[in-house]
Design a protein around this ligand. Structure first.
Ligand code: XMP
Length: 510
């Protein structure tokens, strides 16, 4: 087992987890900790390297986060980034001042390639800056290893003390050769071997969960989405049948989806409960066509069903949530993170009697979660499942929901998914689905008049789902989808493609 660890000390920067993730990409395990972590705890962790993050403050602000000088004497290599670089300079006797010209964004940077971080970097390249203070004088014993037009000490180092600093952000994509710099820090300076991978992560996480849970009972609300499925697989390996998964099937899943989720977990060593609650949900939604009322009704009913099941199981010690890093709302300085209610299940009941929440994925980004799922042996169709909203097809049927409309939408949506897969676009278009509109229009089929529903197809490309562009799906794929839908699905006589980005539209229609 590879015990190499690099820690990122969080000074409130917006890229703290991204830094950790980039270090993990070099094959070394990395975690973010608060800058307030006691020095004894750091000694106990014995990291091979420490990285100070950026932060919004100036080192001269009274309330700005500081760190005792002792950390610089541990003989553990430290890399300060942005605020972290200024803090290192300030703490060790250098000088920090406000820039005459703030640097923000892509900045031409000149590197001294004899600098330890820059062995594989050309003499000139673009770095990504975001600062209003700068280091005007480096501490005694430090050498400047990079500069820009407005920043005389864009990087500096003291090799004998194993201290390194960069004013720019090597972790962001726009810094050319940034990965190479981080790799040099981790491998050449911290002397890590870089043999960590998702297999080790799984092994460590499983061990930690076992220690925490002991012989306790664990409950997990499984939505069938990637995150809760991976969390389920991990917990199952860790605590086997001490785990109960409750999969509330609200009846708004896509075609065959409920059965697929059940099949995926049937052979795992977990207590799997599938609650067919479709009647309950549908009856609550009779006459409801307002989108927000639909969402609230479904969220509320979900909680009620979950509560009923939890009561049957009895006292539960731990509740598992599939929260992943982008879901985590952090205070920014590593103080206790606010735990977000699971957005897939619309918030869980307060009253459920459990001691603690386990969030085994909260350090990971989506693609890391997918890697972990594959490592744990989850089927590809679960691991690569596109995001699916908690309320499911209910918010893809405009207007009132009926069983008939659900059937129509399920069949049409399946055809769209099949055609996208056939064209090998399923990992190119990030989310794609069909929406059954409330519009009916006149058509002609055979020699007869039809008066049937209009179906909308939606496909988007996005990285974070906060903004999105409509996907440029080739016309022939749209054509084959449209022909099949009209021929194979009753009550649809017109198919449209949504060519709106987000904003101004949203990805879902409701
Ligand atoms: P919008 O429609 O807001 O969607 O642009 C952004 C992303 O979030 C998904 N979505 C949800 N996911 N519960 C979820 O877990 C929800 O209630 C929900 N509503 C929207 C949507 O599918 C898209 O990926």
């Amino acid at each position: 087992m590879d015990n190499e660890l690099v820690i990122v000390l969080d000074f409130g920067g917006q890229y703290n987890q991204l830094i950790a993730r980039r270090v993990r990409e070099t094959g070394v395990y990395c975690e973010v900790r608060s800058y307030k972590t006691p020095i004894d705890e750091i000694k106990r962790l014995a990291p091979k390297g420490i990285i100070f993050t950026g932060g919004p403050n100036s080192v001269y602000d009274e309330s700005s986060p500081h760190i005792g000088e002792e950390i610089f004497g541990l003989n553990i290599p430290i890399l300060g980034i942005c605020y972290g670089a200024q803090l290192m300079a300030y703490t060790l006797g250098g000088k920090v001042e406000t820039c005459k010209v703030s640097e923000y964004g892509k900045t031409d940077t000149v590197y001294d390639t004899s600098g330890k971080l820059f062995a594989n970097v050309p003499e000139k390249a673009v770095s990504w800056m975001s600062h209003t203070d700068y280091v005007s004088k480096v501490p005694k014993g430090f050498k400047i290893t990079a500069h820009t037009e407005n920043c005389p000490a864009a990087a500096f180092e003291c090799v004998s003390k194993r201290l390194y600093a960069v004013q720019f952000h090597p972790e962001v994509y726009h810094t050319m050769f940034g990965m190479s710099m981080l790799d040099s820090f981790v491998k050449k300076i911290c002397k890590c071997h870089g043999s960590w991978n998702m297999k080790n992560y799984a092994a460590t996480a499983i061990e930690q969960i076992r220690q925490k849970v002991g012989s306790g009972k664990v409950l997990l609300a499984l939505s069938g989405g990637v995150d809760s499925s991976v969390a389920c697989a991990l917990l199952s390996k860790a605590v086997g049948d001490q785990l109960t998964c409750v999969f509330v099937d609200h009846g708004f899943m896509r075609k065959n989806e409920g059965d697929e989720v059940e099949a995926a977990f049937r052979d795992w060593d977990v207590n799997f409960i599938r609650v067919d609650a479709s009647e309950r949900f549908l009856s609550k939604l009779v006459g409801v066509s307002d989108p927000e009322t639909k969402r609230k009704t479904i969220g509320e009913e979900f909680i009620r069903v979950f509560e009923d099941e939890a009561k049957k199981i009895g006292k539960v010690d731990f509740l598992v949530q599939g929260t992943i890093y982008p879901d985590v709302i952090e205070s920014g300085t590593g103080d206790a993170a606010v735990i977000k209610s699971h957005h897939n299940v619309g918030g869980l009941p307060d009253y459920v009697d459990f001691k603690e929440i386990i969030e085994p994925l909260r350090l990971l980004f989506k693609d890391e979660v997918r890697k972990l799922g594959t490592e744990l042996g989850l089927a590809d169709y679960l691991v690569w499942r596109q995001p699916f909203p908690g309320p499911g097809l209910a918010i893809r049927i405009i207007g009132e929901i009926t069983r008939e409309k659900l059937e129509i939408l399920r069949d049409a949506d399946l055809i769209f998914r099949e055609e996208i897969a056939k064209a090998q676009l399923d990992r190119v278009v990030n989310q794609y689905f069909a929406v059954l509109t409330d519009i009916r229009s006149v058509g002609v089929m055979g020699d007869g008049r039809t008066y049937d529903y209009t179906l909308a197809l939606r496909g988007v490309t996005t990285t974070d789902f906060m903004t999105a562009d409509f996907a440029r799906i080739p016309y022939d794929v749209l054509e084959s989808t449209s022909i099949r839908i009209i021929n194979e699905v009753k009550h649809i006589n017109r198919v449209c493609y949504d060519v709106t980005s987000k904003p101004p539209a949203t990805i879902e229609w409701e």
